[in-house]
Design a protein around this ligand. Structure first.
Ligand code: ADP
Ligand code: SF4
Length: 687
């Protein structure tokens, strides 16, 4: 049962005219589904309701067609015909006594309007400020526009009420919402009564909240989401100014929702931000207002959550990523199942679903966004099929997740691992600078399978095809992973790079303790985190590091995990020399030869060794050996053999946990043939 230390987290809390059943508050978060996949988004929120969250929000909802953020896929509430799709979400949120919240956004200077082709309107005119430097400028709002905008907020509030929502969050954080644009002197250069003094800059928020209170405030709670510190220099809306604003307007919303800085600041990955990183910026704000306060900080520890409440810093524990990694986090705390919490690792893979306009995934929770598409539940598996036993070879994220999920289905599982530890790549990568929290991928699963009598784990067991044919397991799952190539083949080179005698190291070498010293070139043609992390590691160990990449950015795919700028800053601070737009063309005994990827201009960098962060090859020899002896399977009692995860095709860790989960779900299930393996929604045609 529940530990009394956490009772405080389950006290019902008032928000305006409503009462939340507990202090677990799922703050708005994107999911890459939005208006395109409304049922997938609704089912995901419904699972949070089942998991015990007291308050559950949508992602940002574009509340008027004159401001939208294409290419990003969020929700839309532009006209009545948008209501049914979001009503489905509201309904799902309320299934277990949760309160349903909608976040209304008018993006202003942040919305390029590529889809609607409307001229963007902002507090003050200027270039659109997005991730993509769009060649579009906004015009400034005139007084008529401001009156219109106030009316549009009221219209959106009424539609939200019709859709069945209980709360409305007005978005004024992360640089994304117009309330912040009015408040910040960086985006508000107006000389009328909406600009200048803080009182004037607060006017719009006061007017909209008053309008909305008149329209829907009797039954709905109204919250305002603001950034704790805009962190964009002298003119930015600072923490001191925020405190002044809240003091001045303490009772304005029914709840203050305190986010942080830009989205990159607020959703900092664990490599750069610890749990509760915003604590000092939040402390004391609650004393400035009679309204409750929610704040975030990648909270996964119930002790930290309880401390936040007990010491009077927060009234509600705001979570986005922790609620994605474990939608049942509140229920697990309530049931005293702390060790069962699937803690967020802070990798920000979930955010890449939004950034790439695909649909989100989660490294820790492979069922995220598959609740409706595939009918996957994060805590429940489908019943066991016809067979009984499974041998899983390899205990990386793919093998571990397959073992965990198959055990829940009821299979007898044997997990064989060549090494002395569980975790595969995670066991090694967790030792790299800043990646220790990634170890939770292995820890969570190791604990879960450790509790199950139907999983046997074998260490030091490097299996061969003869071993497998001799064992008598019915199903064989090959999850033997991948290794980094040493020959430089990746994107720039499809053939090995010529080497006239330079020592070459791979990421696997470095992760197993074989490190180069002296002057080292890290050649990164992988572009995710590994090149940057290894450059950091080598610099820490005293090497003189040059990072060379054909990309225009260090670790360029991490633009999607919101950490690219932080990585560049960290490497620069560590003294790593960064050479962009450059390929390594050949290795000589004295160093590397390079070429500019645009002009071909040749260069040389003298060094003692090169670290090739290129691509990986699957360790699938065992699988191929098994296929070669397929005629022996029947005698060996083998019904199926499958290769999954990096051994099938190398990818990020989230791809491996997904592959492991999928294998576990689909074992003994009927073959779908040519049918699509997930549900989707197709746009309805109008006349
Ligand atoms: P994935 O990301 O797909 O889970 P990993 O590379 O993280 O893959 O993990 C693969 C694991 O498989 C490693 O721990 C490795 O030691 C193990 N492994 C590889 N070949 C064998 C084998 N023949 N027998 C047992 N374990 C193996
Ligand atoms: Fe956390 Fe990573 Fe899952 Fe996002 S993808 S919720 S950061 S574990």
């Amino acid at each position: 049962m529940r530990d009394p230390r956490y009772d405080i987290l389950f006290q019902p809390q008032k928000i305006g005219p409503l009462t939340a059943k507990n202090r677990f508050y799922q703050v708005p978060h994107c999911n890459g589904a939005g208006y395109r996949d409304p049922s997938a988004a609704a089912a995901m929120r419904g699972i949070k309701a089942e998991g015990g969250w007291g308050v559950i929000f949508t992602e940002q909802t574009e509340m008027h067609h004159s401001s939208e953020i294409t290419p990003f896929i969020e929700l839309r509430l532009w006209e009545d015909q948008d209501i049914p799709a979001i009503a489905k979400t509201a309904q799902a949120m309320k299934t277990h006594g949760g309160l349903a919240g909608i976040q209304l956004a008018y993006s202003g200077i942040n919305g390029p309007n590529f889809y609607t082709k409307e001229v963007p309107m902002a507090v003050s005119p200027g270039p659109i400020r997005t991730f993509t430097n769009d060649p579009v400028q906004a015009r400034g709002l005139d007084k008529t526009d401001i009156r219109n905008l106030r009316r549009w907020f009221v219209n959106a509030a009424k539609r939200s009420k019709t859709a069945g929502f209980d709360l409305i969050c007005l978005y004024g954080a992360h640089g994304f919402g117009i309330f912040q644009h009015f408040l910040s002197r960086a985006t508000n250069q107006r000389s009328d009564e909406y600009g200048g003094s803080l009182e004037n800059r607060s006017r719009f928020a006061r007017e909209v909240l008053a309008d909305m209170r008149d329209a829907v405030g009797d039954t709905m709670a109204l919250t305002l989401r603001v950034s704790l510190d805009e962190q964009i220099g002298r003119l930015g809306f600072s923490n001191a100014e925020l405190r002044e604003f809240i003091e001045m307007n303490g009772d304005l919303p029914d709840l203050w929702d305190l986010a942080q800085g830009t989205w990159e600041d607020c959703s900092g990955p664990s490599r750069f931000k610890d749990e509760a990183a915003q604590e000092t910026l939040v402390k004391g704000i609650r004393e400035l207002t009679s309204r409750p306060v929610v704040g975030v900080g990648r909270f996964t520890s119930p002790d930290v959550m309880a401390r936040m409440v007990r010491q009077g810093t927060l009234d509600f524990i705001g979570c986005a990523r922790p609620s994605i990694a474990d939608p049942f986090l509140p229920q697990k705390i309530e049931q005293g199942r702390i060790d069962d919490i699937r803690e967020c690792i802070g990798c920000n893979i979930c955010i890449t679903g939004d950034m790439t306009q695909s649909i989100s995934r989660c490294t820790q929770n492979p069922t995220f966004m598959e609740e409706w598409r595939k009918g996957w539940h994060p805590e429940k598996m489908n019943p066991q099929g016809a067979s009984q036993s499974v041998l899983i070879v390899g205990s990386g994220p793919a093998g571990l997740e397959a073992a965990r999920a198959l055990a829940v289905r009821g299979y007898d599982v044997a997990l064989a691992e060549a090494e002395k530890v569980l975790g595969g790549r995670v066991a090694k990568e967790r030792l790299l600078p800043g990646l220790s929290a990634w170890g939770r991928v292995a820890d969570y699963r190791a604990y879960q399978i450790g509790k199950r009598a139907n999983v046997q784990t074998y260490f030091d067991s490097h299996l061969t095809v003869d071993d497998i044919l001799g064992f008598g397991f019915q199903n064989i799952c090959i999850a033997t992973g991948a290794r980094w190539r040493a020959d430089g083949v990746a994107r720039l080179h499809v053939e090995p790079i010529q080497n006239a005698g330079l020592p070459v190291f791979t990421p696997d070498d470095l992760m197993t303790g074989r490190l180069p010293a002296g002057r080292v070139v890290v050649f990164d043609d992988d572009h995710y985190y590994m090149g940057g992390v290894l450059a950091e590691l080598l610099a820490q160990r005293g090497a003189e590091v040059v990072l060379v990449t054909p990309s225009a950015y260090v670790s360029d795919w991490t633009l999607n995990t919101l950490e690219q700028a932080a990585i560049h800053r960290r490497l620069a601070a560590a003294g790593v020399k960064i050479v962009l737009n450059t390929g390594v063309t050949a290795l000589t005994a004295a160093g590397v030869e390079t070429a500019c990827i645009y002009t071909g201009a040749a260069g040389e960098i003298g060094c003692d060794a090169v670290v090739m962060v290129a691509s990986r090859v699957s360790d699938d020899q065992l699988y191929r050996d098994l296929l070669a002896r397929q005629q022996e399977w029947a005698d060996a009692g083998i019904l199926s053999v499958k290769v999954i995860g990096d051994a099938c095709a190398p990818g990020p860790i989230a791809w491996a946990t997904y592959a492991g989960h999928r294998y576990a779900r689909e074992l003994d299930m009927p073959d779908l043939g040519d049918a699509l393996p997930f549900r989707r929604e197709v746009t309805g045609l109008q006349d």
